[in-house]
Design a protein around this ligand. Structure first.
Ligand code: GAP
Length: 436
């Protein structure tokens, strides 16, 4: 974990937020490479689950919703974690993470657990009074239920179909930590898949579980570190009839990465009661009217980034010299090409105009299609290693032959294979090889 955190900070993937002011506990900023990685993950998810399917539509709802939403969803009453407090220094812990000895003061006596609501509260407008209370959403899911009828009426979607949303969620976690694993501000990618209750929810549940497995492979998460955990009735949310947690072997233990739940018609029926609006769906062909049931696959974006970094981080020992001793540990981030922050690095072998001229022209040509880096300083070996470390799939070297043969050398991060490619063929070459 320390190696991944150090690489993230050193190379600008993720660094502590507000650092010049001493930081803000457990807030993290995605730097220039991190934002590319995160955006590529979100783009891949949208492509796979919205663009390439014909039974899905997207939504981008407001973060702030009418507080009645959170009453109907029961978040205001049930979205709690049990909290205990050290009796000596009053440091608070989640009950399931209570230490034997308080790491702050060494105290060993803790209070009885009490329920702590995780909703983050704010006020809208100038007066901080009860009527103006609003909550930052704790999940993206609810908007997809609240907007269900508008989506049906404004689109041609017919059940079964799903709504997908990517966006920020906020939870006043008692003990955030483990880098970007447990945050107070994080992003989710969620799907609410609406089905006819007589259509057999088990079938849809299995299909979505399979889709989640395919996703793991597409995004480069090590399947050997994945566990599908069936959540027992007493442990799962009361509204769920079946939940599977997709857990990952993080360096700090096996913990949740994603979830899949059968939420029945709990949400639509509660919103129907609370709003007084008819939330039922009328099938345009059969005329059958019913409250759809819902299968909900949910993915955390930040946990995806963490699991991807942990899965793709590899070290190799570079040996050299007479004794063939290990002189350096080389890091390669074996990211799937689709999510790599930088797709191609352009590395002229010398700073001479003869080489930088064509290199800059190549940069202009390729930057219309892909994110690039361009570097002229340092030995070519060092420059390759810096690109391997950030997961760049291809490096182009412009050399002294380039002016004559109008070609460059393209090096593949994973195979180390080098191809001589005509400059005029580069776009086609990368379209074929990057496939994105
Ligand atoms: N709509 C269902 C829902 O929100 P959840 O299991 O509470 O379910 C879904 O959250 C996903 O969001 C989790 O599987 C995890 O990936 C991510 N997540 C939840 N809490 C988080 C936190 N405090 N920090 C980072 N990611 C979190």
């Amino acid at each position: 974990m320390d190696k991944v955190i150090s690489l993230s900070k050193r190379r600008g993937f993720i660094f502590p937020g507000s650092e010049i002011y001493g930081g803000l506990a457990n807030s993290w900023d995605y730097g220039p490479l991190g934002v590319e990685l995160k955006n590529n993950i979100k783009k891949l998810w949208w492509k796979m689950f919205v663009q390439e399917r014909f039974d899905m539509v997207g939504l981008d709802a407001a973060l702030l919703m009418n507080p009645k939403v959170w009453e109907a969803s029961t978040h205001l009453t049930t979205f709690n974690d049990p909290l205990v407090e050290c009796k000596k220094c009053h440091t608070r812990y989640r009950e399931d993470q209570k230490p034997d000895e308080c790491p702050v003061c060494g105290g060993t006596v803790f209070t009885e657990a009490k329920q702590f609501n995780l909703m983050l509260k704010t006020f809208l407008g100038p007066a901080e009074e009860k009527a103006n209370i609003a909550y930052l959403r704790p999940e993206t899911a609810q908007a997809m239920f609240v907007d269900f009828k508008q989506i049906v009426e404004s689109s041609s979607m017919r059940v079964p179909f799903g709504v997908a949303q990517i966006g920020k969620a906020f939870r006043n976690e008692i003990t955030p930590g483990n880098f970007i694993f447990r945050l107070r501000e994080f992003e989710q990618m969620e799907i609410e898949y609406f089905i006819n209750p007589s259509d057999g929810w088990e079938k849809h549940f299995d299909i979505w579980l399979d889709q989640m497995r395919i996703w793991l492979d597409r995004v480069g998460i090590d399947r050997k570190k994945i566990h599908e955990v069936e959540i027992s009735e007493e442990d799962r949310a009361f509204y769920s009839k079946r939940t599977i947690d997709i857990e990952f072997d993080y360096p700090f233990g096996q913990k949740e990465l994603y979830g899949l739940a059968y939420r029945t018609d709990f949400d639509l029926s509660n919103h129907e009661k609370m709003s007084g609006k008819n939330m039922k769906y009328r099938d345009p062909i059969t005329n059958e009217e019913y409250l759809p049931h819902v299968i909900e696959p949910t993915w955390g974006v930040d946990r995806t980034v963490l699991a991807v970094l942990l899965s793709c981080y590899t070290e190799t020992e570079a040996r050299s010299g007479k004794d063939d001793a290990v002189h350096e540990t080389e890091v390669t981030l074996r990211l799937p090409k689709e999510i790599a922050p930088i797709k191609i690095a352009i590395l002229p072998l010398s700073k001479k105009e003869e080489l930088t001229g064509p290199a800059i022209e190549i940069r202009s040509m390729l930057s219309k299609h892909w994110m690039l880096e361009y570097h002229t300083s340092g030995s070519i070996g060092k420059r390759y290693r810096r690109q391997d470390e950030i997961g760049t799939p291809y490096c182009i070297t412009v050399d002294f032959e380039t002016a004559n043969d109008k070609s460059v050398t393209v090096r593949d991060r994973d195979t180390m294979k080098q191809d001589r490619v005509k400059i005029s063929e580069l776009v086609n070459y990368f379209k074929e090889n990057l496939n994105c």
